[in-house]
Design a protein around this ligand. Sequence first.
Ligand SMILES: NC(=O)c1ccc[n+]([C@@H]2O[C@H](COP(=O)([O-])OP(=O)(O)OC[C@H]3O[C@@H](n4cnc5c(N)ncnc54)[C@H](OP(=O)(O)O)[C@@H]3O)[C@@H](O)[C@H]2O)c1
Length: 308
Amino acid sequence: MFLLYFILSGLVCFLVLKWMKRRMHCMDVTRLNGKTVLITGGNSGIGKETAVALALRGARVIIACRDEEKARKAVREIKSRSHNLNVIYMEVDLANMKSIRDFSKSFLQQEKRLDILINNAGMPSVLDWTDDNFSMCFGVNHLGHFLLTDLLLPRLKESSPSRVITLTCSNYKYQKLDFQDLNYNLFPFFTYCRSKLANIYFTQELARMMEGKGVTAYSVHPGYVHSNWTCHYSVLFRILMQVVMFMFFVSSEAGAQTVVYCAVSDEVLPHNGGYFTDCRPATLRAFARDPGVAKKLWEASERLVKLA
Ligand SMILES: NC(=O)c1ccc[n+]([C@@H]2O[C@H](COP(=O)([O-])OP(=O)(O)OC[C@H]3O[C@@H](n4cnc5c(N)ncnc54)[C@H](OP(=O)(O)O)[C@@H]3O)[C@@H](O)[C@H]2O)c1
């Protein structure tokens, strides 16, 4: 009896997961020939699968990564899976503001177009500091991408209509920003939630500032994804999470679908600044839709990365 119950439960779980995966597939087949896409953290997980999907659509794909060996391996894989040889990597460490400035300078010198910027790289819930003494989550997930996007805006405007897609997480709702302590670094999970809330405000303010300039912005929750994010944790946690992720999380390929949808579909255009999940717009909690906070975060971020 117990065995039958076990098998039936397993079957139900399997079917639900299958259904979820199918539901999350981006059906838009727009080609991207002649377009240039830049994906941070494109060597792993959701970023790599996004790179494959956009290379398959004919784009020139540049993955911006911090580890040369991993990046080269990923470029080989993306090329072979997409049959698109127009894939390269460029080095950037989003935990280091000088690296971001150097990267942006090289990018602007080398690349004549930037049609789609995907701010994908991310650190999960960890307590650490960047080279510039920002809390690791806030520094990499928000400030690093904030500086990168700002420095690349001239090329995005020249290539308009262009898009900026930033990966966030539905866990944003568990925290609010504390402007007295933006570098909050106390409870790992909360540092992550705050950085992902910052991604949402960043997207809203970017969309507002770029209105009429041909650059649109979207934030994406990719779902809970079986990627490589556990590599930052202990072996025991990794083993436990492998089981949980196998049972309940979706694949990186499925996680990439909403990112791809926001990158290629014209259905997203009326939702400039919006938040997407499962290949459709989703509603944010009221506190995460406050334009005053979004503007305040933008101004504070400018000061922190020394743009103002
Ligand atoms: N997985 C989920 O369930 C989930 C849920 C919601 C949102 N997200 C978001 O989705 C995005 C992608 O995550 P993922 O799940 O695909 O994780 P992942 O497999 O761990 O990929 C993260 C990528 O970010 C890169 N990265 C981290 N720190 C960096 C730095 N300082 N400079 C440059 N690159 C850096 C990593 O490079 P290395 O390989 O060199 O470490 C890796 O390529 C993240 O923004 C994450 O917050 C994920």
